[in-house]
Design a protein around this ligand. Structure first.
Ligand code: SME
Length: 163
């Protein structure tokens, strides 16, 4: 994956995250523009792990609105409490869905998505201001390593300037 991020071939999943995280911190350290930093973080994740879809929805009033992302075209607006993203927002917790077809109310933006992991992104007072949504074409893809490492990525995102 050209130049700015470098991950050796042959590493396991945890090692890839552990190699990626400091590089992501360095990538955003000297830049204050939120859109630029979000785009690069999402690209680094998407390209490293070959996810199906990697992106953000921002809380705007009573809806989630599509933000920066990598992958196929997606639904632009999700009502509060709807789908995996809307549920993670309302319940203020990470939701790991091993089989999207078994999740009541799952919103199928892409027929290829089989499992997904959604993590709330909070402001300084703890209110959810966005969610990080990652989708895989494989069922049961996300495990405890993804959960803890993506929680770290979300901490980096929460600490970006310009929200
Ligand atoms: N599947 C999500 C909607 C967003 S897309 O997958 C990009 C959901 O149920 O919230």
């Amino acid at each position: 994956m050209g130049g700015l991020i470098s991950i050796r071939e042959g590493l396991g999943k945890r090692e890839r995250y552990e190699t990626l995280l400091p590089q992501v911190r360095a990538l955003v350290a000297d830049e204050s523009d939120l859109t630029a930093n979000l785009g690069n973080i999402l690209s680094a994740l998407h390209m490293t792990f070959r996810f199906h879809w990697t992106g953000l929805y921002r809380v705007v009033g009573d809806e989630l609105v599509l933000g920066p992302f990598q992958g196929p075209v997606a639904c632009t607006r999700i009502a509060r409490g709807r789908g995996v993203c809307g549920t993670a927002w309302v319940e203020k917790r990470m939701i790991n869905v091993p089989d999207v077809e078994a999740f009541p109310g799952h919103i199928a933006c892409s027929a290829l998505s089989r499992s997904e992991l959604v993590t709330p992104i909070r402001d300084e007072r703890g209110a959810v201001r966005a969610v990080l949504d990652i989708d895989s074409e494989l069922p049961d893809f996300f495990d405890a390593v993804d959960e803890s490492m993506l929680a770290e990525v979300v901490r980096i995102i929460e600490n970006l300037r310009g929200w």
